[in-house]
Design a protein around this ligand. Structure first.
Ligand SMILES: [Zn+2]
Length: 64
């Protein structure tokens, strides 16, 4: 087992699309959700900058 192949893989507990827990790792390094049949990968971009108040995150509104 080589640690380098799994170094960039992030553990995902819930599907970001349907919020189900039916996630299975793909050989290509991503994840597969067997509830909505979506394949995706999670990339670690780095630590978020300190001192954020979170105001910018609330500005986006979703209307039905
Ligand atoms: Zn899903």
């Amino acid at each position: 087992m080589s640690e380098t192949s799994h170094a960039t893989r992030q553990t995902v507990l819930y599907c970001p699309y349907c919020a189900e827990e039916t996630l299975f790792p793909l050989e290509t390094g991503g994840w597969e959700c067997r509830s909505c049949m979506r394949a995706f990968s999670v990339t670690f971009l780095g630590l978020s900058p300190r001192g954020r108040s979170g105001e910018s995150d609330i500005s986006r509104q979703e209307s039905a």
